[in-house]
Ligand binder design. Structure first.
Ligand code: ADP
Ligand code: ASP
Ligand code: MG
Length: 424
């Protein structure tokens, strides 16, 4: 007997038939004698609709600012998961499986106060553990918890992955299965590159980079938690026949295992390619080249909660003036330009330029640590396709390249094939 947490994403619970199919997956594990907790997302598209309602309401109400109360945003957008948790519990009960739904506050899943992007701080797994021991399946609404202000808090988009891994850690599960609409983690997004290959295993560090550089198959925070708490996490498909051979395999279920790098025997130099759309670049031209200028730029941006990513500064030619370029999400450009405009005198620059609609493509692999020439291969391959590089940043295990938006798919495919990721 094992203790298993099963998470089902939006497409897996998109309608009543699919919720019923999810119930069959759950019943398989229950019938095998395991203790099971399930985490569900909202039906696909539902959270987007709810977010859109919240953002539109101030305009409908004639308010002159698009401001809304983040606590009410959470009250609204958390509701999608409440619906699917109840529906799945009903489906399970109709199959004769003892099940009940749980909202985040009922467990409770305690978070910090950052409404809209809250972090889980503590999970009291005692009640669920006891009931699982009595044979009851806990169906938990993902994406939500309760803040110190005693109000519902949501965990940021894609947050049900994090709910699942956190609960798995909280109840000391033997395994956490993230069921989605693909049958594992691929060398790149299979929707962009049909030749992408499924990985049998991927190291935590690589999955962290893939997720934070745009591969939305797992929320970044869920990977962090899995790494810290050593949760045995698999990504697998909910669309396979729940009763197909091997689906109930305890040690090696079908899918991709996220694990320590030591567990991966044949480590490739490059493991995957990720991309993030809707990046924008901002440049400050003829900037004073003096101590404190970076702090003068990025301090006010941080205070305005603008997430700055790639930063490139030129070495000054004459020691007096230089150029600085950095990227932010396209949606934050106007706010960032306003902040930089307000601080023009303290920063000291000539011109401010910006460009939206860019894409960041990234090459990721632990093997890069010990191999030279990985970046040069990418630059050559992109050059052969006529793709211009606007900025580059690197770390030990990744190279990120900023390019024009329309070249995104070509760049992903080019990088994917230049490292032979499309070959077995
Ligand atoms: P869910 O609703 O189940 O949480 P998501 O849409 O959040 O599912 O994540 C699954 C999607 O992630 C896939 O449909 C796929 O298009 C995308 N994806 C991006 N990069 C990858 C990758 N490297 N491997 C697998 N899927 C990826
Ligand atoms: N429903 C939420 C979202 O769409 C959480 C999740 O699906 O993980 O972001
Ligand atoms: Mg998701």
């Amino acid at each position: 007997m094992a203790r298993i947490v099963m998470k089902f994403g939006g497409t897996s619970v998109a309608n009543l038939e699919r919720i019923y199919n999810v119930a069959r997956h759950v019943k398989r594990e229950v019938d095998a004698g395991h203790e099971v907790a399930v985490v569900v997302s909202a039906m696909s598209g539902k959270t987007n609709e709810l977010v859109d309602w919240v953002q539109t309401m101030p305009k409908v109400a004639g308010a002159d600012s698009p401001f809304y109360d983040a606590r009410e945003y959470d009250a609204v957008v958390a509701s999608g998961e409440q619906v699917t948790s109840g529906l799945l519990a009903i489906a399970l009960q109709s199959m004769g499986v003892n099940a009940r739904s749980w909202q985040g506050w009922q467990i409770p899943i305690k978070t910090d106060n950052a409404h809209g992007a809250a972090r889980i701080q503590e999970i009291d797994g005692e009640d669920i553990i006891r009931r699982m021991g009595e044979g009851q399946v806990a169906v938990v609404a993902g994406f939500q918890g309760i803040g110190p202000d005693n109000r519902i808090a949501t965990l940021g988009r894609g947050g049900s992955d994090t709910s699942a891994v956190a609960i798995a850690a909280g109840v000391k599960a033997d395994r956490c299965d993230i069921y989605t609409d693909v049958d594992g983690v691929y060398t790149t997004d299979p929707r962009i590159e049909p030749k992408a290959r499924r990985l049998k295993k991927i190291a935590f560090e690589e999955m962290l980079e893939m997720a934070s550089l745009g591969a939305k198959v797992l929320q970044v925070r869920s990977v962090e938690l899995a790494m810290v708490h050593k949760v045995r996490t698999f990504v697998r498909s909910s669309f396979e026949d729940p009763d197909a051979p091997g689906m109930g395999d305890l040690m090696n279920p079908p899918g991709t295992l996220i694990c320590d790098e030591e567990e991966i025997v044949e480590q490739e130099v490059v493991t995957g390619i990720a991309y993030a759309k809707d990046e924008a670049q901002i440049s400050l031209r003829r900037l004073a080249d003096r101590p404190g200028v970076s702090a003068a730029i990025f301090g006010p941006l941080a205070e305005a909660h603008i997430n700055v990513d790639m930063i490139v500064q030129n070495i000054s030619e004459d020691g007096t003036r230089t150029d600085m370029t950095f990227t932010v999400p396209s949606g934050d450009v106007d706010k960032a330009l306003a902040v930089l405009g307000e601080n023009k005198d303290t920063i000291g620059y000539d011109v401010l330029q910006s460009e939206k609609g860019l894409v960041k493509v990234s090459v990721i692999g632990i093997g890069m640590r010990s191999h030279a020439g990985v970046a040069a291969t990418a630059f050559r391959a992109l050059a052969e396709k006529g793709i211009n590089i606007k900025a580059i940043t690197t770390s030990e295990i990744k190279i990120s390249i900023l390019i024009d938006g329309p070249y995104a798919e070509l760049a992903v495919r080019t990088l994917h094939s230049c490292y032979g990721l499309d070959k077995n």
